[in-house]
Design a protein around this ligand. Sequence first.
Ligand SMILES: Cc1ncc(COP(=O)(O)O)c(C=O)c1O
Length: 443
Amino acid sequence: MDTLNISGYGDDLTINGVRIGDLGPAEHEAIELEKGGQNYSPLENVVVSEVLDSSTLICRKPDPAGIKAYIEEELVDGLCCYSAVNQGQLNKIIVDAVIAHLRDEKIPTVPRSIRHKYMAAFLMAVTAITKMDKVVPKVAGVEAPELMAKLSRRWGYRIKGIPANEAIIIVAKENFHGRSLFAISASTDPMSREDFGPFLPGIESVPFNDIEALRKVFEAKGDKIASFIVEPIQGEAGVIVPDLDYFPQVEALCKKHNILLCVDEVQTGFARTGANFAHQLFNIKPDLMACGKAAGGGIMPVSFVAGRKEVIDVLTPGSEGSTFGGFPLASVTAVFAIKAMVDQDLAKNAREMGARLQGHYAKIKAEFPGKIKEGRGAGLLTAFEMYDKPGLDGHVVSVKLLEKGVYAKETHKTIVRLAPALTITAEGIDKIGKAIREVISEL
Ligand SMILES: Cc1ncc(COP(=O)(O)O)c(C=O)c1O
């Protein structure tokens, strides 16, 4: 006898008699606690049910009257899935293409061992927008820096001539490259590493935005260093923007020592920072670039590594691959995610709306100089930092912002990141600014 009965759709979706539309926030939380891994701590008392428009989520919250299972409220999305939805929720250009693809073209899935006609489109679009020679598709964001590490090592042995198994990869302290074993081996965050060792050897870290530290390690060990893997702006670390002259100097040092410069643009790419790719803000040309998140327009997980021919060409059949990397639906989604970014000039809106948000931070800092230390960012990758004082707590700010209809999340105790969709309007930005001001005034 079947023990599982699935019926309905949307709110009527019913699993073994439990209708999803009947569950309040507390019940969702209880099911997640009982049946899910506890690797996240989502904001309490809120469940997203759908989107209203490109920057507005509809959320279910407890009914204050205690009569209904929940009430529904609008939330301005100040995070857009950690920059996975730069093009805005359900961007029409991407959604129309995906629906047409499934309905009319009817070729969602074939493996890479047989060619499909959309791979060519994907390769042409990505190489054109990134101005790189070649590209390798992957799926999750973390897979792209992971592949940069593999490419670096193989290039190091086969092209640079590093003795077998002695390649070193340099990373920046406080980095975030995801959750794979390479990424946590590269991480300096104790929480992500505890009891997951032993870690990958051959990874060393230097402080971010410290050219002398990089020079020192390159001079000491340059012969064995294959690459420097680094985010152009450190996102998870709290939106840390380096000095303008840091990356040009990094690029020059890498050239001098024949070391690959590999940028992780999983979070900073796809117009987020006001340039199509953040390294362009610093006028540099990396050897490899990892992209993810908004590469799939918030519709599909799509990631890739784009880079110089000499480096990508170290891959040989059997050395690398992924069942869903570049499958037809992902290829189409990525092409239209790029089209949306270009046709809607999202980099320009990121610059304009980013400046507007920074204007709000400046005003709030001027009004509350004892509370706000700094507002910072590039384009619409922004954060404000509070002083580390009693009562100034990023999590409390996130919870209070939620009460005022804005979704944002702290990155550290005193830092709150705001990175809304790049389609956001001036009204949306002003709503965020007003809510932050009110919250800060109440702390
Ligand atoms: C710079 C950077 N690299 C890699 C990742 C990992 O991406 P994913 O969570 O999609 O695996 C992230 C995610 O936040 C990121 O910010």
